[in-house]
Design a protein around this ligand. Structure first.
Ligand SMILES: [Zn+2]
Length: 518
C-alpha cells in the first residue's frame, strides 16, 4: 500500500429546464439554481451514490459468522478462541454477514450530516434487505417490505435540509427487495410495484407514477439540465425466470426497452444530459442476451447525452466495458463466471480470481477495438454492506453550461470506514463503542490521475491498467476493488492467524496477482 494514497480521516465529516424554443438560453438563466418546493438553491455539482445496504434486524453482536451473525456460539469457552471471527458491534467486515441496523442508522446519519448541504441529489441503487442465506431465519415478504420502508424513511429525513426542502432521492428496485428474490412478474397491477410506488411517492414525479406502476421505472429531473433514468433491471435480469427475454415484443423487458428509447429521445429533444441508474449491472452474465443487446444499442446511440451508467449489486468496486459490435467483448469478463448473481456474494476465492483475470482481459481488449463508439462503460459502486468495508461515493459533475459540457461526469471520491478498527474503539469512561468515522479511500483525480470521467477517459484507463507499464496502478485498482481490506490497521488490530481477510489477500497475491503479469 502506498501511503500517499491515504488521507486523514476527515469526516468528523424540480422541475427541469423547459426545452421549448431556446433550451440553451433557458438553461443559462437557470443553471446555477434549481427549484424544488419553490426554493432556489445554488448547484453544488455533486451527488451521492449509495447502494446495497442489506440491513439485517437479526444481526447479533458476538454471533458466529457461520450462523450469518444470527446466533452465538454454543459453548462459552469456544467464544474466546473465536475472537475476531465473531460478529463485531458495527458489523463483520470481510464476512458473509449483512449490515447491523446500527451501522445503517449511523452511516446514513453521518453521511447526511457531512454532505447534505454539499450535494444536489442522491442515487440509491437498491438491495436494502438482508440476504436470504440463513435457513433457520428465512426472509418473509413483510420483513423485506419493512427494510425498504425503513431505509426510505431514514434517507428522507436525513436528507431534508434546514429549510424543509428534501434533496431529490432516486431509488431503484434491487433483486433482494422483492419476494421471492429475483422474481418480478410483468403482470398488470403488479402488487409489488404498487407497493413501491406508494413507498416512493415522494421520490417519483407525479407524471411518472403511471410508468412506474406499470414497469417499475421512471425519469426524474434532479437539477435543471440533468435527468436520471431509473431502470428496473429485474426485467432484464437473467435470474428473473418469470419474465421473457426482450425479444418477446409483448413482454415487460421489451416494453422497458421501448420506454428507455423514448425517454432517451425525449432527453435529446429537451437538451438535457442523462444519468442511467439500476441495480443489476448489464453484463453477459447478468442480463438476458436480447436485453443486453438492446441496452448496448441504445447506450451507444445516445452516448452523447448519457454521462454515466451507475449500478450496484456486484459488491465489488469496478467498471465493465461492454460492446455489441466487437465480437466477444461483452463476453469477456463475464462468460467464465463473474460472481454468483443468485445472492450477490462473492462465492469463493476461485470465483473472485477468475472474475479479476477476465476483467483484465476485457480491459486489454479495448485497444484492439477500432471504433470506441461501440463500447459502453458500466460502473459498479461498492456496497454499504460490510462485505469488505462499508462505503459510499461522491460524484462530481460539470455545472458550467457555457460549453456543451454541462452535466459531464468529472470525478468521484470513494469513502469508506474501517470497521475492524472501529469495532474495537471503546470510550474508556462510558465503555460505549465509539462511532465509526468515514475516510477517503481514493479519488479518480488524485489516485487514477483522471481529469474527467467520460467513457473515453475510462477506456484509456482500462488500457493503462491492463498494460505492463500499468502494473502499480492495477494493484491499486485491485486494492480499491476490495476496499483496502488488507490495510495496516487491519493487520495491527487483529492477530494474523485469526484474520481471514489478511489470509485471503495473501493467498490472492501469492497465487493470482503475479500470474497475471506473466
Ligand atoms: Zn443485488
Amino acid at each position: 500500500m502506498k501511503t500517499d494514497q491515504w488521507y486523514l480521516p476527515c469526516l468528523i465529516i424540480g422541475s427541469c429546464a423547459v426545452a421549448a424554443i431556446e433550451p440553451q438560453q433557458h438553461r443559462q438563466q437557470q443553471v446555477f439554481m434549481h427549484q424544488q418546493h419553490g426554493i432556489d438553491a445554488p448547484l453544488q455539482g455533486r451527488y451521492l451514490h449509495i447502494t446495497d445496504i442489506h440491513m439485517d434486524q437479526h444481526y447479533l453482536t458476538g454471533a458466529t459468522i457461520k450462523s450469518d451473525c444470527h446466533r452465538e456460539p454454543k459453548k462459552h469457552k469456544h467464544k474466546k478462541k473465536k475472537q475476531g471471527l465473531l460478529a463485531g458491534y458495527w458489523g463483520a467486515p470481510g464476512m458473509d454477514c449483512d449490515s447491523p441496523p446500527r451501522l445503517v442508522y449511523h452511516s446514513i446519519d453521518s453521511i447526511a450530516k457531512e454532505w447534505k448541504d454539499k450535494i444536489d441529489f442522491i442515487i440509491w441503487t437498491g438491495d436494502n434487505a438482508r440476504h436470504d442465506g440463513d435457513a433457520l431465519v428465512t426472509r418473509t415478504k413483510k420483513e423485506i417490505v419493512g427494510y425498504n420502508v425503513k431505509v426510505a424513511d431514514l434517507l428522507r429525513s436525513a436528507f431534508t435540509l434546514d429549510n424543509n426542502r428534501t434533496l431529490p432521492i432516486v431509488p431503484c428496485i434491487g433483486n433482494n427487495d422483492i419476494h421471492p428474490h429475483n422474481e418480478l412478474r410483468g403482470m398488470k397491477n403488479n402488487p409489488q410495484l404498487l407497493e413501491f410506488s406508494e413507498m416512493w411517492k415522494d421520490f417519483i414525479p407525479e407524471k411518472q407514477q403511471k410508468a412506474f406502476r406499470k414497469g417499475g421505472y421512471f425519469a426524474v429531473d434532479v437539477v435543471p439540465g440533468l435527468r436520471v433514468l431509473s431502470l428496473n433491471s429485474l426485467y432484464f435480469f437473467g435470474s428473473n425466470d418469470v419474465v421473457n427475454s426482450c425479444s418477446d415484443s409483448t413482454g415487460p423487458g421489451a416494453r422497458h426497452v421501448k420506454w428507455m428509447r423514448s425517454q432517451l429521445k425525449k432527453a435529446r429533444r429537451d437538451n438535457v444530459k442523462v444519468i442511467i441508474i439500476g441495480h443489476v449491472p448489464p453484463t453477459v452474465k447478468t442480463f438476458k442476451d436480447s436485453c443486453l443487446d438492446d441496452y448496448i444499442k441504445l447506450s451507444t446511440k445516445f452516448k452523447d447525452i448519457i454521462t454515466g451508467h451507475m449500478y450496484g449489486h456486484s459488491n465489488m468496486d469496478h467498471f465493465q466495458v461492454i460492446s455489441r459490435g466487437f465480437g466477444n467483448m461483452a463476453r469477456i469478463g463475464s462468460e467464465d463466471n463473474e460472481q454468483d448473481d443468485e445472492d450477490d456474494m462473492v462465492q469463493s476465492q476461485k470465483d473472485t480470481n477468475r472474475f479479476i483475470s477476465t476483467l483484465r482481459k476485457q480491459y486489454k481488449k479495448v485497444k484492439k477495438v477500432r471504433n470506441a463508439q461501440d463500447l459502453v462503460v458500466i460502473h459498479v459502486a461498492p456496497p454499504m454492506l460490510p462485505l469488505f468495508y462499508p462505503t459510499f461515493r461522491i460524484n462530481e459533475y460539470q455545472t458550467d453550461n457555457s460549453s456543451n459540457q454541462f452535466g459531464q461526469w468529472l470525478k468521484y471520491t470513494q469513502w469508506f470506514t474501517n470497521l475492524t478498527y472501529w469495532n474495537e474503539q471503546i470510550d474508556p469512561i462510558t465503555r460505549k463503542h465509539l462511532e465509526p468515522g468515514f475516510e477517503v479511500e481514493y479519488s479518480t483525480d488524485k489516485t487514477y490521475n483522471m481529469t474527467d470521467l467520460t467513457a473515453e477517459s475510462w477506456l484509456d484507463f482500462a488500457q493503462k491498467i491492463s498494460s505492463k507499464d500499468g502494473k502499480d496502478l492495477w494493484k491499486t485498482y485491485l486494492e480499491n476493488m476490495f476496499v483496502k481490506t488488507n490495510n495496516d490497521w487491519y493487520g495491527q488490530s487483529v492477530p494474523i492467524e485469526t484474520n481471514p481477510i489478511y489470509d485471503w489477500w495473501n493467498w490472492f497475491y501469492d497465487n493470482v496477482s503475479n500470474l497475471m503479469f506473466s
